[in-house]
Design a binder for this molecule. Sequence first.
Ligand code: GLY
Length: 565
Amino acid sequence: MKFSLTLVATLQLALFSAAQSTINPYQYSINKNFTGRKGAVVSAHPLASQVGVMIMKKGGNAVDAAIATQLALAVVYPGAGNIGGGGFMVIHLSNGTNTTIDFREKAPIKGHRDMYLDANGNPNLDKSQNGHLAVGVPGTIAGIFAAKKYSKLPFSDLIQPAIDLAEKGFIITAAEAGGLNEDRPNFIKYNTRPVAFVKGQPWKAGDTLIQKDLAQTLKRIKAAGQKGFYEGETARLIVEEMQRGNGIIGYEDLKQYTANEKKPSQFSYKGYEVITMPLPSSGGVLLPMMMKMTSRFPIADYGFHSLKAVQLMTEIERLAYADRAKFLGDPDFYKVPVKQLTSETYISERLRLYNPDSAGDSKKIQAGVVNKESEETTHFSIVDKSGNAVSVTTTLNGGYGCYTVVGGAGFLLNNEMDDFSIKPGVPNMYGAIGGEANAIAPGKRMLSSMTPTIVLKNKKTYIVAGTPGGTTITTSVYQTLLNLIDFKLSTYDAVNKPKFHMQWLPDVVFIENDFPDEIITGLQKMGYTVNKREQIGRTDVIKILNNGTIEAVGDKRGDDTAEGF
Ligand code: GLY
């Protein structure tokens, strides 16, 4: 896809800073495949991928590129790229260091367990999903500064491309235009100050989006570092925005926020070492559970998308997600039996419930209705020429978060509070239910599905993978890894072949539209309820071949773009 220059854009291009010389924000293409030797970035937006590559060309490593890509996404991919949300970063360095950064949002100090229940104890999902009260304390900027110690270039170099993109503008894709038009009523409803995303005419592909207020916020972060967000003018604007809409985030929430460096969730699978995000990422528990269960079966012999393989994986997903609902939450607040859940003994016990001949049964607790299929998290994968790898999944939760833009500061706030269990048994926007382990408490992090992952082969980077998609994230990462490791699909097919998803409740196998009909019929005959869905996730993968060649693939399901050199 190509976007043409407009006259205004041409003039703006001349003003674009020298640091941007390799990037033209007014003409770019969406590239799905990249093959090369020196480095690659695959992210949800072509310009963000280009920024990451430009930083590596300037001598930055994969962490530098990740910081710059994240900041660029906050400008060019406002639906999920963010500075008003949070996420997870998994890092493998070529010196053998494996680490993670947890910059998940937190419940505000004034948050409490029943804050979304009315006088009769009924949940108010509108409040947990839209507007000011849905917002968790943002973590992205703290996460970037926690990762900074692993990077090489000055921070000013990493943030300047994002400042330029916000200040001078860039042309938007058809998908972005569609998203902005669709949510126009929400931007109007949940804001009292002018918002760059709302204009008189509908947006169309090739229109230029300029975000002056966001550029000013980024400049304050450039000048004052983390304090440029959590203190001073930006903090004042956030707190004033909260006060305008009955939000509860205050100065202390912002000042106290910290991102945490954590030991990864790490396990072996068929000779590979899998490094993923620990809690509050549910993937840090579910991925090892699912892959350990899978390793008990000769799944490669069953064949890719064979009925036998799909049925086994569906049941494995069901077993793991049943435990998610009961046991998983922020381990700083709730004792999660991670060791037990991922132990071989427990895996054996769980598999006793598996019947290869018929559908399992998730009943007993009534499944709720999935309210909305907005799954606007975003993922990017990066490797550099030394084999350093970074896997980042970051989110506002729903598309464009809670729809509220901080007045005068130009960035969207998340609606991450909905990822808590707002009432035991009540499904959130992804249909996920939970209980005590994931109940709201001040300063607690809400459970996440984000599963940024790196796989090592002979101690070196082999696969970097992740995806958006709410609760489908973990099952998509699981399937992508199996596609590559067991079924030996090409990287392109591992990303793009249709996916499926089971999360215990609702007791339904969700399946992409282009899934083979005979498998759907086969599952139905075994007693499964199968629901078709348009898309599951947008998986961005890098794989390094034995000869050192880097293969990067952006998912066909979005504007995802692979760039490199
Ligand atoms: N907000 C999506 C997730 O963290 O799982």
